[in-house]
Ligand binder design. Structure first.
Ligand code: PLP
Length: 255
């Protein structure tokens, strides 16, 4: 059986982000996706109306049901929704030091809607940071996680908090022509990419990128190669993204 990534993330009814993005991206990476659902959200391509989080017990029961059954190599987390779910994931990771782990520190939806209480989530994420093979914040999340506005200082602070590698995604920065992503391993810049900025807003681009990275890591790529593959794949997927009838955020076409 294909190496498996277990995704701790939420369901997005629009199919652009969350679990569906994870499943499709991991499938496209060549790995298999398993699921531990953290929350059911109510949203479309334009806005989040609310969500109901899974209990800590239910979340762990889902994950534990497939441990030992599937060849899990990597954990990927996205929306966790509550501090209880973050604590549950930290417990799970402590029991499985053999798993690689991609931490996408989701705080809000790309449409701006709340996917949990920012302040408490930020504090709780600190427990997950030391487990992560790589953390994939956009610059808004990086600033929120560290309380630092300057991006170099914020990155350094994330390493001081126990990070091993960080992919800083520049999509929210004011660079109208391009998006700069930077990969740091042990606080050293190891690669930097600039891709042309595509028009419009996309729903689930961060989920897709982090999940593809997790899939490639599960298949044995080293981190730098996994990130490179994933960025190339994501660019194609966003170029082919489809516009909803309401003209909301575009839905990446991952097939
Ligand atoms: N996870 C869920 C369940 C979501 O609904 C969203 C956004 O709506 C995200 C994660 C983050 O999505 P993005 O990849 O657009 O940052």
């Amino acid at each position: 059986m294909r190496p498996t990534v277990i995704c701790f993330s939420g369901l997005d009814p629009s199919g652009g982000a969350g679990l569906q993005a994870d499943i499709e991206a991991i499938g496209q990476s060549g790995a298999h996706a398993a699921i531990a659902c953290t929350a059911l959200t109510i949203q479309n391509s334009q806005q989040v109306f609310g969500f109901e989080a899974t209990s800590k017990e239910l979340l762990l029961a889902q994950a534990n049901a497939v441990v030992g059954d599937l060849p899990i190599k990597c954990v990927k987390s996205g929306m966790l929704g509550t501090t209880d779910n973050i604590a549950a994931l930290a417990e799970f990771l402590a029991q499985h030091p053999e798993y690689l782990y991609v931490l996408d520190p989701v705080l809000v939806a790309n449409s701006g809607g709340s996917l949990g209480n920012q302040e408490t989530l930020v504090k709780a994420f600190a427990q997950l940071i030391p487990f992560a093979t790589v953390i994939t914040p956009n610059t808004v999340e990086l600033r929120a996680l560290t309380g630092e506005n300057d991006l170099d200082l914020a990155t350094q602070k994330l390493f001081a908090m126990g990070a091993k590698a960080v992919l800083v995604k520049g999509g929210h920065e004011d660079t109208p022509e391009y998006i700069r992503n930077a990969l740091y391993i042990q606080n050293e810049l190891v690669s930097e990419t600039r891709c042309p900025r595509l028009d419009g807003e996309y729903h689930g681009s961060g989920c897709s990128l982090a999940s593809f990275i997790a899939g490639r890591l599960a298949l044995g790529d080293d981190l730098k190669v996994a990130v490179h593959h994933s960025e190339t794949w994501l660019f194609g997927v966003l170029k082919n993204a489809e516009s909803p009838v309401t003209n909301g955020q575009k839905i990446p076409k991952r097939f």
